[in-house]
Structure formats: structure tokens, C-alpha cells
Design a protein around this ligand. Structure first.
Ligand SMILES: NC(=O)c1ccc[n+]([C@@H]2O[C@H](COP(=O)([O-])OP(=O)(O)OC[C@H]3O[C@@H](n4cnc5c(N)ncnc54)[C@H](OP(=O)(O)O)[C@@H]3O)[C@@H](O)[C@H]2O)c1
Length: 282
């Protein structure tokens, strides 16, 4: 059985799932999700803006397994922000995913009228069409703001989290509010020579595990939900095989020292980046 975390509302979420960002070809996406299901993944992370919700829905349908066996996450894009638009957007995601409910719906980015979006999400949550709701890319300031004023405190906040940007302080703040941290980019998409990192390689050697496996194990032991992405079946198997070893307290301290405490992608505070994201959301 896959290890789970229990969200503030009692919903159980697998601690390891499968991400499908940048798998834009629908046939390919359906194929890799089907393979991931064969390997044992039951939690799939997609988003409207990835353009592959229908492929995820199709792969799940084709598996022939009961819907309740799966945990599906999708996200509302900036262009669908606001109460009315978000409601239509949720309906569209439900349709594309061929499902009666979504396990976790996130606001993808902290821009535009996300309060309106969130109110629509709260409504669908109360109606049982969303089993849990949350946010993504909300840094502590916006996360606290929404958590203080929303009726339902976000169950999850999905943020860039990997060994080079560990989110130690933000995770503490999320915990104060009972919010589960979820990592995107657990391998930093390979940035900063991630896949040849000597510290992780040396630790992996002790356990006959790869750099990728050590990095996932580290986050899992910190209580962070992970959703690594790969289109390669051998890597799907590898990334799934992280529950038969444990890092020691010393290993954990060694990896903690890799933290640079900043994004390897971009800051959601950077004015030029905010302008760019806003332009993509119109
Ligand atoms: N909320 C957000 O704003 C946001 C942003 C980014 C990502 N996400 C979510 O988080 C998921 C994961 O993040 P990500 O896809 O950006 O990056 P990631 O999982 O950190 O890295 C994926 C990259 O690592 C490679 N890889 C995977 N497993 C490997 C292994 N065992 N050994 C060597 N290379 C390996 C993959 O290549 P191959 O595919 O060629 O194997 C791919 O290039 C996404 O798919 C998406 O669902 C969310």
C-alpha cells in the first residue's frame, strides 16, 4: 500500500504521485499515464494549462480500475480566475477528466482574482465535487493572506521544492495552518547538475539507490508530497521504488546543507515574471 498523508479534512493523499507537466502530446500523455498506473502510481498531477487533462482522464478510464482508487489533482489557470469563470472552468476540468469529482483542485498561480476563484472552489468542495482544495506557488505572504480570510483553509500548497530550494520556513508556516506542502520539481528538472550531484550520489551508494531516489526519499521523510515526472518507464519504476530504505539523521543533515533557499526557476515576486505570467493569463 502506498504511504499517504492525511489532509486537514481527513482526506488521504498518496505521498508519491506522478506529474505530467510538459507531456503535451495527448497520445503520449495517455500512454505514459497508463504505464505509470501499471507501475503502481495512483495519484496523477495535471493542470488545465498543461493541455492534457483529457489524456489523464482517458488513461484512468482505460485502466478499468475503480475511480476511488485514484487521486487526481488539477489546477485552475490564471485566465480562468474569478468566481463565475472558475465555476465554468471546474465544469470543464470535470468533463475532460471524465469524472464526477476531483480529489484536489489547486489555484495554479497567485495572480488575478484568486479570491473569486477560491470562493467557487469552496462551493464545489461543499457540494462534494472537490474532495480537497488548495493553492500552488503561494509564497508565505499570499498563503497567509488567503488562509486568514478564506472559509476553508487551503488543504495543500504546491510549491517548488527540491534539495536546492527546500522550503523549510514556508513548510513551518503551512504546518501552522494545517496545510500540506507538496513539491513540484522534486528533481529541479535537472537544473544545477542535479542528476550528477556528488553529495546525493555518495549517500545513494550506501543504499544502492540513485540520486533521484535519494532526493525523493529526503522529501518524503520531511513529510513533503512528491510528484516526479518522467516519460520513461524504467525511471517511473525507479522513482516509485523509494519505500524500502531510510535516510539516517546524519544523511538528512548533510542534504539540508544543500539548501540555497531560493528558486532555481524564477521568483513569484519578480516584477518582470509577474508581468509575463499575467500576459499568459489574459
Ligand atoms: N504548480 C506548478 O506551478 C508546477 C510547476 C512545475 C511542475 N509542476 C508539477 O510537478 C511535476 C514534477 O515537476 P517537473 O516535471 O517540473 O520536474 P521534475 O520532476 O523535477 O523533473 C523532471 C525531469 O527529470 C527527468 N527524470 C525523471 N526521473 C528521472 C530519473 N530517475 N533519472 C534521471 N532523470 C529523471 C525527466 O526526464 P524524462 O521525462 O525524459 O525521463 C524530466 O526531464 C510536474 O510534472 C507537474 O505535475 C507544477
Amino acid at each position: 500500500m502506498m504511504e499517504t498523508v492525511t489532509l486537514a479534512n481527513g482526506v488521504k493523499m498518496p505521498i508519491l504521485g506522478f506529474g505530467v507537466y510538459q507531456v503535451t502530446d495527448l497520445a503520449e500523455c495517455e500512454k505514459v499515464v497508463s504505464e505509470a498506473i501499471e507501475v503502481g502510481y495512483r495519484s496523477i498531477d495535471t493542470a488545465q494549462i498543461y493541455g492534457n487533462e483529457e489524456a489523464v482522464g482517458a488513461a484512468i478510464k482505460k485502466s478499468g480500475m475503480p475511480r476511488e482508487d485514484f487521486f487526481i489533482t488539477t489546477k485552475v489557470w490564471i485566465s480562468n480566475a474569478g468566481y463565475e469563470k472558475a465555476k465554468a472552468s471546474i465544469e470543464e476540468s470535470l468533463k475532460k477528466l471524465q469524472t464526477e469529482y476531483i480529489d484536489l483542485l489547486l489555484i495554479h498561480q497567485p495572480f488575478n482574482d484568486y479570491y473569486g476563484t477560491y470562493r467557487a472552489m469552496e462551493e464545489y468542495y461543499k457540494a462534494g465535487k472537490l474532495k480537497a482544495i488548495g493553492v500552488s506557488n503561494f509564497y508565505p505572504d499570499r498563503f497567509i493572506d488567503l488562509s486568514e480570510f478564506a472559509e476553508v483553509v487551503p488543504h495543500v500548497n504546491q510549491v517548488e521544492t527540491h534539495v536546492f530550494n527546500q522550503q523549510i520556513e514556508p513548510q513551518k508556516i503551512m504546518k501552522e495552518y494545517g496545510t500540506q506542502i507538496e513539491s513540484w520539481g522534486p528533481f529541479a528538472e535537472g537544473k544545477n547538475d542535479f542528476f550528477t550531484n556528488e553529495t546525493l550520489a555518495a549517500i545513494g551508494e550506501k543504499y544502492q539507490k540513485s540520486i533521484a531516489q535519494v532526493a525523493l526519499r529526503y522529501l518524503i521523510q520531511r513529510g513533503v508530497v512528491v510528484i516526479p515526472k518522467t516519460i520513461n518507464k524504467d525511471r517511473m519504476i525507479q522513482n516509485f521504488d523509494v519505500f524500502d530504505f531510510s535516510l539516517t539523521a546524519e544523511d538528512m543533515t548533510t542534504i539540508l546543507a544543500l539548501d540555497q533557499k531560493e528558486s532555481l526557476f524564477f521568483s513569484h515576486y519578480a516584477p518582470e515574471r509577474v508581468k509575463l505570467l499575467a500576459s499568459l493569463g489574459k
